[in-house]
Design a protein around this ligand. Structure first.
Ligand code: SF4
Ligand code: SF4
Length: 163
């Protein structure tokens, strides 16, 4: 089910987070194929997910296989992967520590106050991260985006004791 309730009409006019310029960074974990012990929330429908390569003005662009381009809708909605449901919140690394950040390139990021996203980040930690096993967290953390994006605002470290 939706986590952030980003308006469907806003996403239909955007679909930024279903197209990727530089795989595998930022692609859904369910499409990477090599993650052991992937928590169910990252692929609740169990459907295959892969990237389809295309191009835009000469640049390579990958598109999620679950995107219906005609309707600009996700075929898995509302059971799409957790990393899609939480966007513009993103799992990231901050100096090697698993953390949650806000990606300000999503148009929705400016529609709520930062404190609202911080509260959602705590909810994400408590409802999901905190119930995953240590081995699941380690496997996932190796896939988390690196902390090299200036458009991101760091919100919350996930494990105070890690790092
Ligand atoms: S970038 Fe934000 S507004 Fe655009 S499709 Fe993704 S979640 Fe929706
Ligand atoms: S699963 Fe749906 S929301 Fe997630 S990237 Fe693919 S089309 Fe977009």
């Amino acid at each position: 089910m939706p986590f952030l309730d980003v308006p469907h009409t806003l996403c239909q006019s955007c679909r930024q987070c279903c197209h990727f310029l530089s795989p595998p960074e930022m692609t859904p974990f369910a499409g990477r194929g090599e993650i052991p012990l992937l928590p169910l929330a990252f692929n609740p429908s169990g459907e295959p997910l892969h990237l389809i390569q295309g191009d835009c003005e000469g640049l390579p662009v990958w598109t999620c296989s679950r995107l219906d381009e005609a309707s600009s809708s996700c075929r898995s909605w509302p059971d799409h992967p957790l990393d899609c449901r939480i966007y513009p919140l993103v799992f990231t690394l901050d100096n090697g520590r698993p953390s949650i950040a806000l990606d300000t390139t999503c148009p929705y990021a400016e529609q709520k106050p930062l404190a609202w996203f911080q509260e959602k980040a705590r909810d994400l930690r408590d409802r999901f991260w905190n119930v995953w096993s240590a081995s699941q967290k380690q496997a996932l953390s190796r896939q988390f985006a690196l902390d090299t994006f200036p458009e991101r605002i760091l919100l919350l470290p996930l494990d105070e004791s890690s790092g």
